[in-house]
Design a protein around this ligand. Structure first.
Ligand code: SAH
Length: 328
C-alpha cells in the first residue's frame, strides 16, 4: 500500500491537476454561465458598496476563482452602463492558479491582473467577489470511531483512518461514525479577506453551496460530465468539492475584526437585488429567449433548485451599513 495521503493534500493535488488540464464547464455549470443577470447583479452590488464606502477614486475589484471570466465581464458591462464612475475606479484583479483558465479569462478580461493568492494583491480598498470558489478548496475529514477520533487519509483509491485529535468543530457527544469537516484553506482565505477589509476598507461577497450552521456530515463529492463520480477513483479527472460551512466562515471574518452578514439563501439575495424585474425586462426585450431566461432565473433562485442550498455571505468593515441584499 502507498503511504496514506491526508485528504486535504489529496484534494489539493487532484484539483490542481483537474483545473490545469480540463475544461471544468464540461463537468458542471455555474450561476454566471446559466444567466448573465447573475454577474450584472453582482456588478450593481459592487457599485453600491463602493458608493457606501465613500467612492474611492481607485478600488481593487477582485474575483477569486473566476472560471471563464463571465461573472466579472457581466459585472463590468453593467457597471460601465449604470455606474461609470465606479467602472472608471475599478482595477480588476483575479485570483486564479490554473494557467489554462487564466488564458480563457484573459480573452474576456483583457485589462485584468492575475495572482495566485489573495495575500499577493496590492494594498487598498477592495471589493472581492467569489462564486463557487471556496467549495473547491481542500477539506479535512475527521471521523468518530469506537476507538476515538481518526482523520481520513487516501491510499490506493480508498480511505484509510489514522488516529487524530478531536476536531474543534465536533461537540463532546458526537455520534460514533459521524464525520466532521474543516477547510483550512477556505478559512485562511476568509480571514485574509476580512482582516484586509477591516484595516483597509472594502467588502466581500461569497456565494456557494453549503450549510448555514456547522455540524456533522460528509459532503465530499466529485462531478464528471454533470454526474456524481467516485471522489477517490480518478484524481485529476473529476472536480472535487465540499459544501461550505458558512458558520465557520462567518466566525473567521468576525475573528479578523470585520462584520459578517448572513449567510442568507441565494434566492433571497438575488431577489433583493432585483433579479425578478431585471429578468422580466430582459425577457420582454428578447421574446424568443423569454422562456429560457425565466427558467434560468428560477434555477438560480427557487428554493428547490439553487436558491436555498446556495448561500450568500458578505463581509464589511465594522460599522458599515448593510450591503445590498442584507438590509433586513
Ligand atoms: N467562479 C466561477 C468558476 C468556479 S470553478 C464561476 O462561477 O463560474 C472554481 C474556480 O476556482 C476555477 O477558476 C479554478 O481554477 C479556481 N481555483 C480552484 N482552486 C483554486 C485555488 N486553490 N486558488 C485559486 N483558484 C482556484
Amino acid at each position: 500500500m502507498r503511504v496514506p495521503e491526508r485528504l486535504d493534500a489529496f484534494m489539493a493535488r487532484a484539483n490542481a491537476a483537474y483545473y490545469a488540464t480540463h475544461d471544468p464547464f464540461a463537468d458542471f455549470t455555474t450561476a454566471p454561465e446559466i444567466l448573465q443577470v447573475f454577474g450584472e447583479l453582482l456588478g450593481a452590488w459592487a457599485a453600491i458598496v463602493w458608493a457606501q464606502f465613500g467612492r474611492p477614486t481607485k478600488v481593487i475589484l477582485a474575483e477569486a476563482g473566476p472560471g471563464r471570466g463571465t461573472l466579472m465581464a457581466d459585472a463590468l458591462r453593467l457597471a460601465a452602463r449604470v455606474a461609470p464612475d465606479f467602472h472608471h475606479a475599478a482595477r480588476v484583479h483575479l485570483i486564479e492558479t490554473s494557467a489554462r483558465l487564466r488564458a480563457v479569462q484573459a480573452r474576456a478580461l483583457p485589462t485584468a491582473r492575475w495572482h495566485d493568492r489573495l495575500a499577493d494583491l496590492p494594498p487598498g480598498p477592495i471589493i472581492l467577489l467569489a462564486n463557487e470558489f471556496l467549495d473547491a478548496l481542500p477539506v479535512r475529514q475527521f471521523q468518530h470511531t469506537a476507538q476515538g477520533w481518526a482523520e481520513r487519509h487516501v491510499a490506493d483509491g480508498g480511505f484509510v483512518l489514522l488516529p487524530a485529535d478531536q476536531p474543534a468543530t465536533a461537540p463532546p457527544g458526537a455520534a460514533i461514525g459521524s464525520v466532521f469537516e474543516t477547510q483550512p484553506a477556505a478559512r485562511d482565505f476568509v480571514a485574509t479577506a476580512a482582516s484586509r477589509i477591516a484595516s483597509q476598507g472594502g467588502a466581500a461577497i461569497i456565494l456557494d453551496y453549503g450549510r448555514a450552521e456547522s455540524g456533522p456530515g460528509d459532503s465530499l463529492q466529485a462531478l464528471r460530465a454533470g454526474r456524481p463520480a467516485d471522489p477517490l477513483a480518478a484524481p485529476g479527472e473529476t472536480d472535487l468539492t465540499v459544501h461550505v460551512d458558512f458558520q465557520a466562515m462567518a466566525r473567521e471574518a468576525r475573528a479578523a475584526g470585520a462584520t459578517a452578514w448572513g449567510p442568507i439563501p441565494q434566492g433571497s439575495f438575488l431577489g433583493a437585488l432585483g433579479l425578478g424585474p431585471r429578468v422580466q425586462k430582459l425577457a420582454a426585450a428578447n421574446p424568443s429567449r423569454a422562456t429560457a431566461l425565466l427558467d434560468a432565473a428560477q434555477r438560480l433562485a427557487a428554493p428547490g433548485r439553487m436558491g436555498h442550498l446556495f448561500k450568500a455571505l458578505a463581509i464589511t468593515q465594522e460599522g458599515a451599513p448593510p450591503p445590498p441584499g442584507f438590509e433586513t
